[in-house]
Write a protein that binds this ligand. Structure first.
Ligand code: GLN
Length: 310
């Protein structure tokens, strides 16, 4: 087995001096982040944990949550019903694009905001409180401990989420959202505001790498058949309009978020998460991308790699 600790310590030390990128400011609470925050965590499918830097620093999960709410919607409704509402096509547009498929009026995929807001409407629950409780319980199963909502981030998102409001209203007008449009938005802002750490996200990623079973608690978070679907859309759409290049260069399913978190899933091996707030022009953590690229190269993780035959 590779010496994961040595590997992430080395990566931490080489990547920490990369000071490029810009912290997201369109959600005012996120602008308060320190550009030097940087943490890496790996959790293997055997439940071994490795961490470097600020791996236990709390931050809001943002769009990394989209992979997990997609799994939850699949478990709640079944694949066919979810596909009727949200397609699985990469779109080559920014995460907040106001876009629906021309023919079917569905959002193109669940990894961009339009798709994720529609997915939230599919999560079961009598009311918003019950949906939030189910979301928190789902996160808890993946992470292995209680998860809380960051109230300041939630308030900040909701006060400034004009574009997401426009998207949600378009979804309602197009009959993608069947329930209450404000409830769908509130749920989306809540899911983005859940507080996590790189260590927690690595455990969530490791659960996906382990076909849905948390490798530390051994509790199942998602059926394996839906893990397959989640990883497929992460692979094709998880990095927004750089998903194609990501699949080409890195070759592992990943999901990033605007607070600087990013996860990578290496099925049957491990989950990795990086947290570092400065972002590139596509909205991905600069240091996160650098770490995952280097890991993929170093450990020969690209799904189409043939390192043994080289
Ligand atoms: N809450 C953010 C938004 O809706 C999530 C976007 C992201 O992480 N890329 O704009």
């Amino acid at each position: 087995m590779p010496d994961y600790q040595m590997l992430i310590d080395t990566l931490y030390n080489t990547v920490k001096d990369n000071h490029t990128g810009t912290i997201a400011s369109y959600i005012p609470q996120l602008a308060k982040a320190d550009p030097n925050w940087f943490g890496i965590a790996i959790v293997t499918i055997d439940g071994d944990v490795y961490q470097a830097g600020d791996a236990t620093h709390q931050f809001s999960v943002q769009s990394v949550s989209k992979a997990f709410t997609y799994g939850m919607a699949l478990a709640d409704n079944g694949r066919a019903n979810v596909l009727k509402k949200v397609a699985v096509e990469p779109v080559g547009k920014t995460f907040n694009a106001i876009i629906l498929d021309a023919a079917s009026a569905r959002p193109p995929n669940p990894m961009i905001n339009a798709g994720a807001i529609a997915i939230g409407d599919l999560i079961k629950g009598e009311n918003l409180a019950e949906k939030l409780n189910r979301l928190l319980a789902m996160f808890k199963t993946y992470i292995g401990h209680d998860v809380y909502l960051d109230g300041a981030v939630f308030a900040s998102e909701r006060l400034t989420g004009f574009r997401n409001r426009a998207i949600a209203n378009l979804l309602k007008a197009s009959h993608v959202i069947e329930g209450d449009v404000d409830q769908a938005l509130e749920f989306y802002f809540q899911q983005c505001s859940l507080s996590v750490t790189a260590l927690g996200l690595a455990t969530m990623a490791a659960t996906l790498a382990n076909h849905g079973i948390n490798p530390i608690t051994r509790n199942r978070a998602l059926q394996a058949t839906y893990v397959r679907d989640v990883l497929s859309v992460m692979h094709s759409c998880g990095m927004y309009d750089s998903s194609g290049e990501w699949a080409y260069r890195v070759g592992i399913p990943a999901k990033s978020g605007v607070s600087g978190g990013i996860i990578g899933v290496v099925p049957n091996q491990f989950g990795v998460a990086v947290f570092s707030p400065p972002l590139d022009d596509k909205g991905h953590s600069v240091r996160g991308v650098q770490v995952l690229e280097a890991l993929s190269e170093e450990l020969c993780l690209h799904i189409f790699d043939g390192c043994d035959d080289a």
